[in-house]
Design a protein around this ligand. Structure first.
Ligand code: C2E
Ligand code: CA
Ligand code: CA
Length: 592
């Protein structure tokens, strides 16, 4: 028993040891397997998340592994049994051709390239592929690894960035920077081939007003439609870009034949005879101003030609907008002059080198002095008087008009007060203000505060505005005019007959006086039609309860006619030119 036991005891540990060894190995294998499975799982998951599809080939034992969703990435499955690593019948497909080239990596003994990268397009998608070949000491390829990934989104983002860098996102035309680059290239080529390059700047007239009335979205749509139309000119000789909100530029290489600027502008103007129809069914008509400059005549670099085309447009804005404006020396001179005036004007504002002249206005019926209009003059260093016609438009562009206008109001109101005390003057002081001044938010507040503090009766002051004030925001302007009228100021509409001259303005604008422009008075006697129109305007205006002033009356015949049609007042050289304050006091106030 003991023996048996002993025997048993002696045998048992041996058996246990052997089984233990097996179990242990099994356990090891199991846990190894588990680990491998875990690794494989983790590996699969990573491949899944990363969006890669990868495969591996052991060249020696032909072992093949593929992980990841090949179907999603490449639109096909990679399987060992198809021996996709060499599928000659599929080589026709570009993608597969490239895959095969990747797969064949390292097989060309002359190439020691062991890593290859490709970005290939499959339909509308972009696939990035990478391959690595591993060689043994003898240089033979033993393993290959391949990865593919769909990079379409990334690629599209890159494409978009690239597009934004070179093109205008709204119209798809070239943007300013790439146009300048291109123009420089074109000019360079033209210098070798001895041809002209014409640059045309096309500026939409009054776009700000259109944009304000349509709203930004519709404004953008309009620019888009016009841009698309211009894009139709693009060809091997013509390039078009959008330069600013409403400014387009066209370069024409060797402008001959159908490509002359005259032909192109004619085509543009023909198109503009029809409206642009927006998606909200609004129909919008556009007009444009075109300024032109040439290489080499008006500049030897792309940039100079471009700047000169801009000067041509700038100058054209003050003249006839319907023509094509070619850059020339006279234009440059005008531009430099206005530049010069602008600089000198800054000093004049600081030094207050201005004077007011006063031109009398008389009641036709009674012959009594109605009052006067204050007209500004600028006395230059050398004593010459510069006309407001020359510097007011420049001051309006530079913004200097705000300071100048303030000085005019203060000086004219001061003079009115002085004359009231000194000469018992009871007339009206008429003061011109510019649309730029009126547009300022605080203009009315400042004006009314100043007049209150000056302690003059507002009914002795008349503010002259022109129709152009209505261009940008008529609702705001009407409100401002209303405030002046409620305060007791007179408001005159100046230069009636020169602008849009719509009588409907007169109903909208709560003005007190209408000034009939000199251009009407000039031909009121000689041209029957003008006579008839002037008469009916005066009649209608009187019925609206407004006072009339005829400007630029130079002849007795004109005065007689105006008297006959019941015009209230006249102003003109016939009865008095604009005079310095001393002259006005002596000739008008003391002679009363
Ligand atoms: P406006 O307001 O139409 O002024 C009338 C212009 O016609 C004045 O020219 C005046 O001298 C001129 N004129 C008056 N009667 C006759 C006439 O019988 N025959 C002729 N040939 N001309 C006559 P001026 O003083 O050169 O002013 C030109 C323009 O400058 C003014 O036109 C006005 O628009 C602007 N302006 C003048 N002073 C000011 C000012 O203080 N502020 C602003 N914003 N503009 C002003
Ligand atoms: Ca005036
Ligand atoms: Ca006038």
């Amino acid at each position: 028993m003991t023996d048996t036991l002993l025997e048993n005891n002696a045998e048992q540990p041996e058996t246990v040891r052997a089984e233990d060894g097996l179990d242990f190995k099994l356990e090891m294998l199991n846990s190894l397997n588990e680990k491998l499975n875990e690794h494989a799982g983790v590996f699969d998951k990573f491949t899944d998340i990363s969006g890669y599809a990868c495969c591996y080939r052991n060249v020696k034992n032909r072992h093949f592994e593929a992980v990841g969703n090949f179907n999603a990435v490449l639109g096909m499955e990679l399987k060992d049994d198809t021996d996709v690593l060499r599928i000659p019948e599929l080589v026709t497909d570009d993608t597969l051709d490239i895959i095969n080239r990747l797969i064949n990596i390292g097989e060309d003994p002359s190439s020691d390239c062991l890593i290859k990268e490709f970005c290939i397009k499959k339909g509308s998608r972009w696939i990035e592929g990478r391959a690595v070949a591993v060689r043994d000491e003898s240089g033979e390829v033993t393993e290959k690894y391949l990865c593919f990934r769909d990079v379409t989104t990334h690629r599209l983002q890159l494409d978009e960035l690239e597009f934004l860098a070179y093109y205008d996102s709204l119209t798809g035309l070239l943007n300013r920077y790439s146009f300048i680059d291109k123009l420089n290239e074109i000019v360079e080529r033209a210098s070798h081939e001895n041809v002209t390059v014409r640059v045309a700047m096309i500026d939409i007239n009054g776009f700000k007003r259109i944009n304000d009335s349509l709203g930004l979205v519709a404004g953008d749509e309009l620019i888009q439609l016009f841009g698309q139309f211009l894009a139709g000119f693009n060809d091997e000789k013509i390039s078009i870009a959008r330069f600013g909100t409403d400014v387009f530029v066209m370069s024409i290489y060797d402008p001959e034949g159908k490509d002359t600027i005259e032909n192109i502008v004619r085509t543009i103007k023909d198109r503009l005879k029809k409206p642009f129809v927006l998606s909200n069914k609004d129909q919008v008509y556009l007009t444009v101003t075109v300024g032109v400059a040439d290489y080499p005549e008006s500049g030897l670099t792309g940039l100079t030609v471009l700047q000169n085309a801009e000067i041509s447009v700038y100058a054209a804005k003050d003249g006839d907008r319907d023509k094509i404006h070619f850059f020339d020396n006279a234009l440059m001179k005008k531009f430099l002059e206005s530049f010069d005036v602008e600089k000198k004007l800054q000093d004049a504002i600081l030094l207050k080198s201005f004077e007011l002249y006063y031109q009398p206005q008389y009641n036709i019926e009674t012959g009594k002095l109605r009052g006067c209009e204050a007209l500004i003059r600028w006395r230059d260093y050398d004593g010459t008087l510069i006309s407001p016609l020359k510097f007011i438009p420049i001051a309006e562009k530079s913004g200097g008009i705000v300071a100048i206008g303030k000085w005019v109001i203060e000086t004219a109101v001061g003079k009115l007060k002085e004359w009231m005390q000194k000469y018992n003057f009871e007339g009206i002081m008429s003061i011109n203000i510019s649309a730029v001044q009126l547009k300022k938010d605080n203009f009315i507040d400042e004006l009314l505060t100043f007049i209150s503090s000056a302690n003059v009766d507002p009914s002795n002051i008349e503010i002259e505005i022109t129709e152009s004030v209505l261009i940008d925001n008529s609702k705001e302007v009407i409100e401002k005019v209303n405030r002046m009228r409620q305060f007791g100021l007179g408001v005159a509409l100046d230069d009636f007959g020169t602008g849009f001259s719509s009588l409907s303005y007169l109903r909208m604008l709560p003005i007190s006086t209408l000034k009939i422009d000199k251009s009407f008075i000039d031909t009121v006697i000689t041209d029957d039609a003008t006579g008839i129109i002037t008469e009916s305007v005066v009649n209608m205006v009187r019925r609206l309860g407004l006072e009339t002033v005829a400007e630029g009356v130079e002849h007795n015949a004109q005065m007689d006619f105006l008297r006959r049609i019941n015009c209230d007042n006249i102003q003109g050289y016939l009865l008095g030119k604009p005079m310095s304050e001393a002259d006005f006091e002596r000739e008008v106030l003391e002679a009363k």
